[in-house]
Structures are given as C-alpha cells and as structure tokens.
Write a protein that binds this ligand. Sequence first.
Ligand SMILES: [Fe+2]
Ligand SMILES: [Fe+2]
Length: 193
Amino acid sequence: MLGLKLLTDPRWANIAESNLEEILTDHAWCEQKAASNAISLIANNSEHMDLVEELTAIAIEEMQHFQMVIEIIKQRGYTLGRERKDDYVGKLIKFSKKDGSRNTAFIDRLLFAAMIEARSCERFRVLSQNIKDPDLAKFYYDLMVSEANHYTTFLNFARKYTIDVDVDKRWKQWLEFEGELIQSFGTKEAIHG
Ligand SMILES: [Fe+2]
Ligand SMILES: [Fe+2]
C-alpha cells in the first residue's frame, strides 16, 4: 500500500479503540500539525504558485479534519487533551535532509510530508476496517481517501520541483527507513503510535 514496507498489525486498532478519547485527541493534533506543515511549506516556497494554491487547499482540508475530530470528541462527551508528542514524526524529522542545497531541503520536506500522509492513510485504513464503531469506521474510511490524495500531491510536487535530487531514489530511502522505524511502533493508542 502506497509503497509502504510494513503494514500495521490490525490488533493495533483494538488498542486504539480501547481508548477512544486518547486516540481522538492524538488524531486531532495530527491534523493541526498537518495544516501547520502545509502553511510553512507555502511560506517558504511562495515562488511556486501552483504549490501555494494546492497546499492552501490542503491546509484548509486538514483544519476541517481537525474540526471533525473535535466535533466527535464533543459529541461523545470526551475532552480534547493537550497536544501529544509524536515520536514517530520526530524520528522522520531527524532523517530528513536539512543541509545541502535549498532545493535538497525543499524536496526532502515534501517527501517527509508524503511519508506521513502515506502512513496516516494506512493507519486510517486499519481503523476503518477493524474498528467496531460503525460511525467511526466510516469516518476513518473517508479520511483515508483524503490523505491518499495528499500523499500524491506532495510526491508530485517533489517530482516537479526537483533540481538536484533523484526523487525516486530518495523516496526509496524514505520507504526503507520508515519500514525499519515503524517496527518499533504499533503498540500505543496514537495515530502513529
Ligand atoms: Fe488530514
Ligand atoms: Fe493529509
């Protein structure tokens, strides 16, 4: 799925479902961070008008996802907790290239975003297929489709705007790294946990 090297054990969905308040809080903040990431990509690369336009649409969509999640939290009488630390994303940030040319860092930033979209999409698929609550299963199915589109957008922009990066080669490195990394996750009620 989306080139991912390792698929999530479906039992992770049971862990998630056993603490919905926690997974929904973590999920809400994932959406907020996705919106923030799109906004900073816009701010740092404003010379690319098509990227500005498409990432504006993504930022809005991510905040709509945030809104949907907090609506579910409210309906179910839960509380939105504080932002959760995302160790998985922290490791991906460490892997991303910050030195080298401006173009290298820009392309890697797009691949970083594509990587998170791909895994989030996969996690939403696992939730939609395994969670017992039918409303949440439908909700996660819809989000899975949306994040798959974001994944494609980020990867396409990387291919379009590369100057000095072999995107296919670098994307393979991302998939390899992520495939190793994800082996130590899958045990917590967090979207990337
Ligand atoms: Fe989203
Ligand atoms: Fe997304």
